[in-house]
Design a protein around this ligand. Structure first.
Ligand SMILES: C[S@@+](CC[C@H](N)C(=O)[O-])C[C@H]1O[C@@H](n2cnc3c(N)ncnc32)[C@H](O)[C@@H]1O
Length: 446
C-alpha cells in the first residue's frame, strides 16, 4: 500500500478553504461545528492520518473512511498553505521549483569545501569540462532542503534524533528537562500563545508543556510542520496528556506560518507570544537567510515583550560534527537519500525510475572554516534524467562526480550570534547551554 504524503495531493483533496472557514483567535478553538469529521467542509483534520491509494486522488470519501479514530477535542490541524503565494508545501509548486533548481548551477561550492571533501571523502567534484581545481569556487546545482521532510523523511529524522553521535537532540532535551520550569515561569504568559516552527516529533516541547501546566497556566500551542500525518500523530498524545492546553497543528511552511500569524492570529491585550524554533533548524538556512527570516518573524509575529527561543548548535570540534552528520549506522545517509526518493515521487516517477539510488551517493563534509556541515548528492556516473512538469519536459545531464547541494547545517559561535542579532534587529536576552557546552537555547526578544 502506498502512503501518500498529503502535500502530494491536490489541496482540494484534503481541505477546502480552511482559512475562509476558520476565524481563529488565540484563546478559542473553532466551534464544534467546525470539528466536523468531514475534512472537506471544515479544513479540520480531525483524526488519524489517511492512507490513500493513488486512485483516491480527489475522493473525499476515502479520507472520511480513513478518519476512524476520534481526535481529542482540544486539538485540530489546519491547512494554512498560502493560496496567494505558491506554497513550497504544495507538491505541484515544489516540482516546478525543483525542476528549476536542477536546471541551473547557482549554488557556490567553495574551494575550501573542495579541500575538505578531498580530506574527508577522498574525492572532489568535477566540472563538465574536466577536473576541478580545488583552489577555485565552483557552482553546483541544488535541491531545496525542504524535500528531505516528507513523511518518510520525518520518520528517518526521528531516528536520527536517537543516534548517539547526533548530540544535538540530547543536548537540547537536557536543556528543556532542566530549564523548562524557569522558561515557563519567565517566558510564557498565562493565556499566552506558544508557536513552534518545524516541530518534528515534539519530544522536547513535552517538558515545557508539563512545566506550563504545573504552573497552572493556560496556553494555546500552535505547532507548524510540513506533514499533516506527522502533525496529527505527534499532537494526539500531547493533546490527551495535557487536556487543559489547546493544540492547533498548522500544515504549511515557515513562510505560510508568518502570513497566517499576521493575518489570522488576533492578540488579546496583555497576552504574550513565545515562539520556538528548535533542533538547530536555523542552521539549515544560510546566515543571511537566517537573519532575514528572524527579521520577518520579529515584524510579522512578535510584539514588544514576546520572545523567540531558538536552539542553535555551536562551532564544535570538527570530528564531533562530522560524526553527527555521517553516523556509522548510516541513518543520516538514509535520511538524505530519501530526499531523492521524494524528488522522484513529486516528478511522478516510480521507485528508482528517475533517480536510482545506486547511481548517487551521500556526500557529508564539515567545512570548519565556514562553520558549516554541507550535504550533497554525488552522481556516480554520467547520467541523463528527463522529467515532465506542467507538460514541459526538463532534461538534467549529470556528470560523473558532479555534486548536487541539498543541506547546510550551519554552526554559530558568539560572534556569529551577535551578527545574527545585528542583522535581524532582535535583541539577545539569554542563553541556556547543555552540560557539554556544545549547544545553546537562545532567548531572542523584540
Ligand atoms: C531539523 S528538523 C527539527 C525538528 C524538531 N524541531 C526537533 O528539534 O527535533 C526541522 C523540522 O522543520 C520542518 N521544516 C523544514 N523546513 C520547513 C519549512 N520550510 N517550513 C516548515 N517546516 C519546515 C521539518 O519538517 C522538520 O520537522
Amino acid at each position: 500500500m502506498l502512503h501518500l504524503h498529503p502535500s502530494l495531493l491536490p489541496k482540494e483533496t484534503l481541505f477546502t478553504d480552511a482559512l475562509h472557514h476558520l476565524k481563529d483567535n488565540e484563546s478559542d478553538l473553532p466551534s464544534d461545528s467546525e470539528y466536523s469529521s468531514s475534512a472537506s467542509d471544515s479544513g479540520f483534520y480531525s483524526s488519524s492520518p489517511p492512507t490513500l491509494q493513488p486512485s483516491d486522488h480527489g475522493d473525499m470519501s476515502t479520507m472520511s473512511e480513513a478518519s476512524a479514530e476520534p481526535s481529542p477535542s482540544n486539538m485540530k490541524v489546519l491547512d494554512i498553505r498560502s493560496k496567494t503565494v505558491d506554497s513550497m508545501a504544495d507538491s505541484t509548486h515544489l516540482a516546478r521549483v525543483v525542476a528549476q533548481t536542477l536546471s541551473t548551477r547557482d549554488t557556490v561550492f567553495p574551494a575550501s569545501s573542495a579541500r575538505f571533501d578531498a580530506e574527508q571523502n577522498g574525492k572532489r567534484p568535477t566540472k563538465e569540462d574536466g577536473a576541478m581545481t580545488p583552489i577555485q569556487d565552483v557552482l553546483v546545482r541544488s535541491i531545496p532542503t525542504l524535500v528531505l521532510y516528507d513523511d518518510n523523511g520525518l520518520d528517518i529524522f526521528n531516528d536520527i534524533t536517537h543516534v548517539d553521535e547526533y548530540y544535538i537532540t540530547n543536548a537540547e532535551m537536557q536543556i528543556f528537562k532542566d530549564k523548562s520550569s524557569e522558561i515557563a515561569h519567565t517566558h510564557v504568559g498565562n493565556n499566552g500563545v506558544l508557536i513552534e516552527l518545524g516541530v518534528g516529533s515534539m519530544r522536547k516541547t513535552r517538558y515545557l508543556l508539563d512545566a506550563i501546566v504545573s504552573q497552572n497556566k493556560s496556553v494555546t500551542y500552535y505547532a507548524l510542520d510540513l506533514s499533516a500525518q506527522s502533525l496529527t500523530q505527534s499532537l494526539q498524545p500531547l493533546a490527551l496528556q495535557f487536556p487543559s492546553i489547546k493544540f492547533v497543528g498548522l500544515l504549511g511552511t515557515y513562510d505560510d506560518s508568518l502570513l497566517y500569524i499576521k493575518e489570522h492570529l488576533t492578540r488579546d491585550e496583555n497576552s504574550t507570544r513565545t515562539l520556538l524554533w528548535l533542533g538547530t533548524s536555523i542552521g539549515n538556512t544560510t546566515r543571511e537567510e537566517a537573519a532575514e527570516f528572524l527579521a520577518r518573524v520579529k515584524d510579522c509575529a512578535m510584539q514588544e515583550g514576546d520572545v523567540l527561543l531558538c536552539g542553535i548548535d555551536r562551532r564544535n570540534n570538527a570530528s564531533v560534527v562530522k560524526a553527527a552528520y555521517d553516523d556509522p549506522k548510516g541513518v543520516t545517509r538514509a535520511f538524505i537519500l530519501n530526499g531523492l526518493r521524494h524528488v522522484e515521487h513529486i516528478f511522478g516517477g516510480e521507485r528508482d525510475e528517475l533517480f536510482p539510488l545506486s547511481k548517487f551517493e551521500y556526500v557529508s563534509l564539515y567545512n570548519a572554516e565556514l562553520g558549516r556541515h554541507e550535504a550533497y548528492y554525488r552522481s556516480l556516473e554520467q547520467q541523463r534524467v528527463e522529467v515532465d512538469v506542467d507538460n514541459t519536459s526538463h532534461v538534467f545531464e549529470f556528470e560523473e562526480g558532479e555534486l548536487i547541494f541539498i543541506e547546510y547545517s550551519i554552526k554559530y559561535d558568539g560572534k556569529d550570534i551577535k551578527q545574527l542579532m545585528d542583522q535581524s534587529g532582535l535583541r539577545w536576552a539569554k542563553e541556556w547551554a547543555d552540560q557539554t557546552e556544545r549547544y545553546s537555547l537562545h532567548c531572542f526578544a523584540k
